[in-house]
Design a protein around this ligand. Structure first.
Ligand SMILES: Cc1cc2nc3c(=O)[nH]c(=O)nc-3n(C[C@H](O)[C@H](O)[C@H](O)COP(=O)(O)OP(=O)(O)OC[C@H]3O[C@@H](n4cnc5c(N)ncnc54)[C@H](O)[C@@H]3O)c2cc1C
Length: 288
């Protein structure tokens, strides 16, 4: 449980952090809340030669409304998102998801950017960020680019971030009227991570039917994904118990299922369906 030897720097500006990454590339790793990276280093799964601690970049921790979006700085902690009264009004899925993460200590130190960049297959944020159709703003020493959430999660613990890039901001479009959200999760009894977690965003038409739905699933496969089969089955239909249950049967369509001590592949498929149904029912009931 002792990490391999490493050097440590704590830059005070984003530009400084980016030039360190440009110089050291694969040899360097960003340190945010440290709640995933430090355990990985202690187990020697990660052995970076240089840690670039961005904890002093306080201007990367914010929640703003701008351009029809909620903009969240990558260093915003889970707790800051959980406790935002304004977010509960305008984008309640963010605080609901944040509150489901680990325990108070984890939520106080862990950051949304760190969680997304880590892309743990059982992390909560990826499900919500996919369901909200968010956009990741990433920066490097040579510029900035936007990556849609649906292209961001590439594989187990792998994202579209290049070694010289920092995730700077997450942009979430403000939900349209008549939209309800929910996050439903079966937490692992020891760690709190999602054995299965489903985030749903449901928009009703004026007649109450489903105008659109987006569903993000975590814990089920090597990476979080959009359950497109569920979304298609819901679109245009009534949002009664039967219709939602029918759509939820597609929650694990087309994915390779994880299998571990917490749940077999078959049980996970079952859980995906059950938690998709619960999340969609709750989201549909929350449309005001
Ligand atoms: C006991 C325990 C229980 C937990 N339970 C849960 C849970 O229930 N649900 C859940 O989702 N998570 C859980 N976590 C994980 C927790 O949410 C972490 O905080 C989170 O996954 C990582 O965020 P961090 O800020 O700590 O990142 P770090 O650990 O500092 O970094 C994680 C990775 O992301 C990279 N990185 C960090 N920030 C950036 C950035 N801005 N740009 C580019 N790369 C970056 C780092 O280089 C590293 O590879 C738990 C952790 C612990 C220790």
């Amino acid at each position: 449980m002792i990490p391999a030897q490493f050097d440590y720097v704590a830059p005070v500006t984003l530009d400084e952090a980016l030039s360190l990454l440009a110089e050291h590339q694969d040899e360097a790793k960003i340190l945010a809340g440290g709640h995933s990276l430090i355990p990985a280093m202690k187990l020697r799964f990660a052995q970076p030669a240089l840690l670039v601690d961005i904890g002093r970049l306080k201007d990367l921790a914010y929640i703003r409304e701008e351009g029809g979006q909620v903009r969240v700085g990558a260093m915003t902690t889970h707790y800051q998102l959980e406790s935002s009264a304004r977010l509960r009004e305008i984008c309640p899925l963010l605080p609901e998801c944040a509150a489901a993460i680990g325990d108070v200590q984890v939520r106080n130190k862990g950051t949304i950017g760190g969680s997304l960049a880590h892309s743990d297959p059982a992390a909560d944020w990826p499900a919500a960020i996919l369901a909200l159709d968010a956009e990741m703003i990433v920066v490097s020493a040579v510029g900035e680019r936007a990556i849609p959430a649906s292209d961001f999660f590439v594989d187990m613990l792998t994202t579209a971030l290049a070694p010289n890039e920092i995730l700077r901001e997450i942009r979430v479009p403000l939900p349209p009227p008549r939209t309800g959200h929910a996050y439903a999760k079966l937490p692992h009894p020891a760690s709190g991570f999602a054995v299965v977690g489903v985030a749903a965003s449901v928009t009703r038409g004026a007649d109450g039917t489903c105008e659109s739905a987006s569903v993000g699933v975590t814990g089920v496969s090597v990476k979080a994904y959009r359950a497109r089969g569920v979304e298609l089955a819901l679109k245009g239909g009534a949002l009664g118990q039967q219709e939602i249950a029918g759509a939820a049967t597609h929650a694990a369509d087309g994915v390779d299922l994880n299998e571990d001590l917490a749940a077999s592949a078959d049980y996970r498929r079952h859980l995906a369906e059950v938690y998709a149904r619960r999340a969609i029912e709750r989201a549909a009931s929350r449309v005001s």
